[in-house]
Design a protein around this ligand. Structure first.
Ligand code: HBI
Length: 98
């Protein structure tokens, strides 16, 4: 269930190009999103939370005022899976709608 080398080239590369960064020492990706204010950040987090629940796949995240740092990895396989790719993509798409 962990991303294969081929999937990393095809699925992960677009996310890295969109600003996601590999977490040092972990098979995980992280990105910080900045919003106008806390309420905008909270609204985006709400959308991601609902999508996470719908996919039974949840983020590791930290919110300080108008910034949200989000890390995706799959605990069940100890690394990146297609679920992380799907939810990270959703994060970017939801952010673009802000
Ligand atoms: N979220 N990121 C992440 N990784 C998981 O492995 C995971 C999860 N949310 C729910 C979940 N696993 C459950 O399906 C399993 O713990 C049963």
């Amino acid at each position: 269930m962990k991303l294969t080398e081929q999937q990393r080239a095809s699925e992960l590369a677009p996310l890295l190009a969109a600003g996601w960064v590999m977490v040092k020492g972990r098979d995980a990706i992280v990105k910080t999103f900045t919003f106008q204010d806390f309420i905008q950040a909270w609204g985006w987090m709400s959308r991601v939370a609902l999508q996470s629940e719908k996919n039974d796949h949840h983020p590791e995240w930290n919110n300080v005022y108008n910034r949200v740092e989000v890390t995706w990895s799959t605990h069940d396989c100890g690394g990146l899976s297609l679920k992380d790719v799907k939810l990270a993509t959703f994060c970017d798409q939801a952010y673009a709608k802000n």
